[in-house]
Design a protein around this ligand. Structure first.
Ligand code: FMN
Length: 366
């Protein structure tokens, strides 16, 4: 059988195959009122389709640990019981089809308070009903037109660490079996990691040890409430593409730092690194070609022994299979191709001699 269809066990959880859905914001929740951040019929249909499609693990999109942690008012949230209740319907359906339900816990930091991308995206004013003042490690705006974030004090940092832990508790209550901490794409944790966005002079800025402090505090707080038998993932931008670009004078987070950081994550009970790149600065030059992020994942896997998932323009089952058989990653995350084709995993199974069965209402008939 193809490597893609070999089950994968992390702690006590077995994921039935290695084709996983990447977290992708749907910008489809209510922004205000009692249903703010609550998954609705769109989210149910979107995630349920990928379970019917045979996906081994679905990572639900970046979900705000607090209202201010959403990148837009239309994001999902996991800060109240109403959200938990609505998530249960999704996780129960996924689990009943053998798909592991996972969730990405997120705080968008200074990138927050933006609009829905199909309505132009971009920053939403602080005084708009769907806007707010974003926060960040330092008072440095993400880009022109973005509000300068309020610099977080140490009490605020402690509160946000607690919000991640509360979100993890709620995620468990909602039926999720994998929690992923969003440390990539210039979200709050990534903002602390990179010297471009983190200009602090206290214990949370400056040296590698200080810039990684907030991230590791979040990991410790989440690991403390996330059950021993369930895996914890961390998504990182292995580089923010600043230091790699000779035309960009800014200093960024580097692949070497990612390797050092991955060792810390491993020691603290993170079970898998989801290796992405970029997102910190709008003008960073990102090369975009198939497998463009795979070498970063492979390097972490080889140099640290921490399991990794590869992501980024993986669109073809043969391509995905090769990433696994060449030892570059333990699993693949499929993003946009799974938007085009919710049955990506099932179709890969047909093409590559996999063992994904059709659900019974279809399977008995064809
Ligand atoms: C519509 C859309 C929404 C996304 N939302 C998120 C998100 O919520 N969290 C995240 O970490 N990455 C997000 N991403 C990035 C994807 O998870 C993935 O890393 C990226 O699309 C590259 O993979 P692909 O080439 O297979 O699409 C998003 C990407 C797209 C296209």
């Amino acid at each position: 059988m193809s490597a893609l269809f070999e089950p994968y066990t992390l702690r006590s959880l077995t994921i039935p195959n290695r084709i996983w859905m990447a977290p992708m914001c749907q910008y489809s929740a209510e922004g205000t009122g009692p249903d703010a951040g609550v998954p609705n019929d769109w989210h149910f249909t979107h995630y349920a389709s990928r379970a019917v499609g045979g996906t081994g693990l679905v990572l639900v999109e970046a979900t705000g640990v607090s209202p201010e942690g959403r990148i837009s008012a239309a994001d999902l949230g996991i800060w109240n019981d109403r959200q938990v209740e609505a998530f249960r319907r999704i996780t129960a359906f996924l689990a009943s089809h053998g798909t592991v339900p996972g969730i990405q816990l997120a705080h968008a930091g200074r990138k927050a308070s933006t609009g829905r991308p199909w309505a132009g995206g971009g920053p939403v004013a602080v005084d708009d009903p769907e806007g707010w003042r974003p926060v960040g490690p330092s008072a440095v705006a993400y880009d022109e037109g973005h509000t300068v974030p309020a610099e977080l004090g140490t009490d605020d940092i402690r509160r946000i660490v607690g919000e991640f832990a509360d979100a993890a508790r709620r995620a468990l209550d909602a039926g999720f079996q994998v929690a992923e901490i969003h440390g990539a794409h210039g979200y709050l944790i990534g903002e602390f990691l990179s010297p471009e966005s983190n200009r602090r002079t206290d214990a949370y800025g400056g040296s590698f040890e200080n810039r990684t402090r907030f991230a590791l505090e979040v990991v410790d707080a989440v690991r403390a409430v996330w059950p021993e038998e369930l895996p914890l993932f961390f998504r990182i931008s292995a580089t923010d593409w600043l230091t790699e670009n000779p035309e960009d004078p800014r200093e960024g987070w580097t692949p070497d730092e990612t390797v050092l950081f991955a060792r810390e994550l491993l020691a603290r009970g993170v079970d898998l690194l989801d290796v992405s790149t970029g997102g910190l600065a709008p003008r960073a030059s990102i090369p975009v070609e198939p497998n463009y992020q795979v070498p970063f994942a492979e390097r972490v896997r080889t140099e640290t022994g921490l399991p990794v998932a590869a992501v980024g323009l993986i669109t073809d089952p043969v391509q995905a299979e090769k990433i696994l058989t060449e030892g570059s990653a333990d699993a693949v995350l499929i993003g946009r191709e799974m938007l085009r084709d919710p049955y990506f995993a099932r179709n890969a199974s047909r093409a590559l001699d996999g063992d994904i069965e059709l659900p019974l209402p279809y399977g008995y008939a064809v």
